[in-house]
Design a protein around this ligand. Structure first.
Ligand code: NAD
Length: 542
């Protein structure tokens, strides 16, 4: 226990490096890209601080050059997963008791290491393994993850400082215990920072975690794990287990000690886990907290008064940056007839300038989609649109000869419920529905009802009355809502992120709301002069 109440260093958003030609960061990154391209990393499971090489291995390849192997990882099975659960329970005793300033220090140090000596390493691993450009990797794996570490520590302090009122002779206190068990964290492929946040947010609140990274992001996730170890994270606080998703369900989610589940990924996997938890509900020591950020069908909705040039810039950046593999990426747009020709001409002109290829060539704006399954899924939507009378492919296509390249594709849907207008594709495919200017109200309703998701959306208008109307009509359509901006690019500490409906539990990653899910408060009432009386004064005879 410390004999002081400490002030944390001020949290801030990590400045994004520009990677301009001849800059030091660019030289460092290029050297690291060359280094990592020449090696094959052997990645163990890390349980209770020990490395396990199971010899049952999987491969990480470059999505833009799928014959190039970057790493092999050792797959944890039943034995290792059960060991990880035991290791997490064992580590919890000391971790939960560690004074907060020391827990906080570990994650603040992790942010320093990440933005210092690990920056080029983790960015290069993200670029090569998840096929991101330098700028996309910088925003994700260096800056956003550092922001998660710094801001979550600050939010934890704010939560801990919230205390109830007292009355005369009584001191009321609330202590914020971690949950009573271990946490399972499962991360998606598309953001290195999400994996780092899913495992660290509960740990900051004193929980211990079993972290299953996405197979396609195993390399960058491994470096995040090594970074946390170097920052001083005690053994067993986060246990790193590359493994099959179905094995997590079998051996961890049905374990009575699972106290929480922190997930980002597809709606179907999260729903499956929710069902499984339901089936096991009588077994658990406590009701597990289920936190999931899932799929999206994010929209741009333009009013006839929208400013066309920035609207088109938002459509192009919002749909195609990050290869459309951002849960917030614009994948459907509603454009009024009166501005459509201008929007179309400008959009096609901008899209024709997009250069796509290996992210080691810094002149590329886009790289490849993550794997064969994703590539095939994107192709099937493009093929369907080419064959359908209800859609028209205005530009786009694919090339899977060397890497999983899906070109920036623009489809015009001739009916508002055409499949690419309502289903999540998770790739660089934007579908536009052109509406009659006098059908604004009906089209707003369509936008609200067309898909089951509720993640992000952007409205575009110059007219204030239109903005008010659209904001109200679409109030349940997105958890992150933008006015005259693209629907992507949420920044930790500025736009807490998450959606409802089929997009998740909307617990807002990178905010205090998320951290509340990882605590179980205990209220303590201490009475200084307890009463001797049993009877109450009103009971006296007059
Ligand atoms: P995914 O659901 O295929 O995989 C996510 C993770 O779940 C992976 O680690 C995977 O191995 C694991 N998994 C698969 N089957 C499992 C099972 N039966 N039990 C337990 N775990 C299992 O998703 P993905 O392809 O990695 O990521 C893309 C999806 O993630 C998209 O739907 C996207 O919208 C969503 N996403 C959402 C957000 C958000 O904040 N809402 C952010 C990023 C990604």
């Amino acid at each position: 226990m410390s004999n002081a109440i400490f002030n944390l260093p001020k949290a801030y958003n990590e400045p994004v490096y520009s990677y301009l030609p001849a800059s030091k960061e660019r030289e460092d990154l290029k050297a690291e890209l060359a280094r990592q391209s020449e090696m094959v990393v052997d990645i163990p499971a890390i349980i209770g601080g020990k490395e396990y090489y199971t010899e049952n291995t999987g491969k990480c390849v470059m999505p833009h050059d799928f014959n190039h192997t970057l790493a092999t990882y050792h797959i944890a099975g039943e034995k290792e997963l059960k060991m990880a659960a035991d290791a997490a329970m064992e580590a919890k005793k000391e971790w939960a008791a560690m004074p907060f300033e020391h827990r906080a220090s570990i994650f603040l140090k992790a942010a320093e290491l990440l933005t210092g000596k690990y920056r080029a390493k983790i960015n290069a691993a993200t670029m090569l393994g998840q096929s991101k450009t330098a700028f996309q990797a910088e925003i994700d794996s260096a800056c956003e993850l550092a922001d998660f570490f710094r801001y979550n520590v600050k939010y934890a302090e704010e939560i801990y400082s919230q205390q109830p009122e007292n009355s005369k002779g009584v001191w009321n206190r609330v202590e914020y215990r971690p949950l009573d068990g271990f946490i399972v964290a499962i991360s998606p492929f598309n953001f290195t920072s999400i994996g780092g946040n899913l495992c660290s947010a509960p740990a900051i609140m004193g929980n211990t975690v079993i972290w299953k990274p996405s197979q396609a992001a195993t390399l960058s996730s491994y470096y995040v794990m090594k970074l946390l170890e170097e920052a001083g994270l005690p053994k067993g606080v986060i246990n790193f287990v590359p493994c099959r998703g179905s094995d997590v369900s079998k051996y961890l989610i049905s374990d009575p000690r699972m106290a929480g589940f922190h997930f980002t990924g597809s709606t179907s996997v999260f729903s499956g886990v929710w069902n499984l938890v339901g089936e096991n509900i009588a077994k658990y020591n406590s009701y597990p907290r289920l936190v999931g950020e899932t799929g999206g069908k994010d929209f741009i909705f333009a009013h006839p008064t929208a400013d066309v040039k920035p609207l088109v810039a938002a459509m192009v950046r919002g749909a195609y940056e990050f290869q459309g593999q951002k849960c917030s990426a614009a994948s459907r747009a509603y454009i009024p007839q009166s501005i459509w020709e201008e929007v179309k001409t400008l959009a096609l002109e901008e899209i024709s300038k997009i250069k796509m290829g290996d992210p080691r060539d810094f002149t590329n704006f886009m790289a490849a989609v993550i794997d064969e399954a994703s590539f095939k899924k994107n192709c099937s939507y493009i093929d369907d649109a080419n064959a359908s009378a209800d859609a028209e492919v205005l530009c786009g296509g694919y090339d899977g000869s060397k890497g999983y390249f899906v070109k920036p594709t623009l489809i015009r849907a001739l009916k508002p419920d055409y499949k690419s207008m309502v289903e999540e594709i998770f790739g660089p495919v934007l579908t536009v529905y052109v509406y009659e200017d006098d059908k604004l109200d009906e089209t707003l309703e369509l936008c609200d009802k067309a898909s089951p998701y509720g993640l992000t959306g952007a409205i575009w208008a110059q007219d204030r009355a239109a903005i008010i109307k659209m904001e109200k009509a679409l109030s349940d359509t997105a958890g992150n809502f933008y006015i005259n901006d693209k629907p992507t690019g949420a920044v930790v500490g500025q736009q807490p992120f998450g959606g409802a409906r089929a997009s998740g539990t909307n617990d807002k990653a990178g905010s205090m709301l998320n951290l509340y899910r990882w605590i179980s408060p205990r209220t303590i009432k201490e009475t200084f002069s307890p009463t001797n009386d049993v009877a109450y004064p009103f009971m006296c005879e007059e």
